[in-house]
Design a protein. Structure first.
Length: 138
């Protein structure tokens, strides 16, 4: 019975701490967000606003790079479906739009909200507009 209890405990620990590495990476993202918030302290003088905005832009660029790094490390990828054939397993159809020059009917013409995959499995569908042949009225 002791072996079963140990095994159960290991499984419980794996459930609880299995995302520990991901959480550590997110803490680094939170650190960057705190630095951005500090840029807007109440003591900021109007003449410092240009410098503040420059610093915020630099921190936001760092934040974007860090997020991309964290996503890649943990198998999370953003879907970029523009031009791809519509796939209901990956895309949520928001509306249709007339196919234009270089846009084939049945393909994704516009992405309203990015979708994401985790290790190849869709965890959030991309919200898309799909091109359709325009219907001529007589």
């Amino acid at each position: 019975m002791a072996a079963w209890s140990l095994w159960t405990r290991c499984v419980e620990d794996a459930k609880i701490f299995g995302i520990q590495s991901f959480c550590k990476d997110l803490v680094e993202v939170a650190d960057i967000l705190e630095k951005i918030a500090e840029c807007f302290s109440e003591g900021t003088k109007p003449e410092d606003h240009k410098l503040t905005l420059k610093k915020v832009f630099q921190e936001l660029s760092l934040l974007e790079a860090k997020l991309k790094s964290v996503f890649a490390k943990h198998g999370l990828e953003k879907m970029t479906p523009i031009g791809d054939k519509y796939d209901p397993h990956e895309h949520e159809l928001i509306c249709h739009m007339p196919a234009g020059v270089g846009v084939q009917p049945g393909t994704v013409a516009l992405v309203r909200q990015d979708g994401y995959k985790l290790h190849g499995r869709t965890i959030r569908h991309a919200q898309v507009e799909v091109a359709v042949e325009s219907q001529r009225r007589l």
